[in-house]
Design a protein around this ligand. Structure first.
Ligand SMILES: [Zn+2]
Length: 146
């Protein structure tokens, strides 16, 4: 036996074929049918609870769908952040502009820090310019449009 220890196990129920995660040294009763696994069918090991959840849900998807599903999952993750960021851009522009609708680079940066936005100021400017929300006056000054 190797000395490397894993805290969690992914087990396939011998009775109902359901996959479930268990902490090592607990009783291995199936979380679906309740059957205690006398000879647990261990299909995976991990130390990470997120990984455990991922393994369990991935294994419980019918095999023919699994590939598609894992691809979908990754796609959704990539798309999520930019959309959320994009939504916050009008708010950022409004918050960092002055009464004349001018936005100075310094004010934009300050606004992002003060309000704990994780979006990069360069990205705000990039997206805003390409969407026609702001007009570049100089390298440090923009005018809000509309
Ligand atoms: Zn079961």
């Amino acid at each position: 036996m190797s000395k490397k220890t894993h805290l969690y196990l992914v087990i396939k129920c011998n009775d109902c074929d359901f996959f479930f995660g268990k902490r090592k040294k607990t009783n291995f009763s199936c979380t679906r049918c309740g059957e205690i696994q006398i000879n647990p069918h261990i299909v995976g090991r991990t130390n990470d609870t997120d990984e455990l959840h991922r393994l369990v849900s991935l294994n419980n998807i019918p095999e023919e769908l699994r590939d598609d599903f894992s691809k979908l999952d990754i796609k959704a993750d990539i798309k999520k952040t930019p959309l959320e960021e994009k939504k916050s851009i009008p708010q950022i522009l409004k918050g960092s502009s002055n009464d004349q609708g001018e936005i100075f680079l310094k004010d934009l940066k300050d606004f992002l820090i003060k309000n704990k936005f994780e979006i990069d100021f360069e990205k705000v400017i990039d997206v805003s310019e390409s969407e026609g929300l702001i007009l570049r006056i100089s390298n440090e000054k923009w005018l809000m449009l509309g």
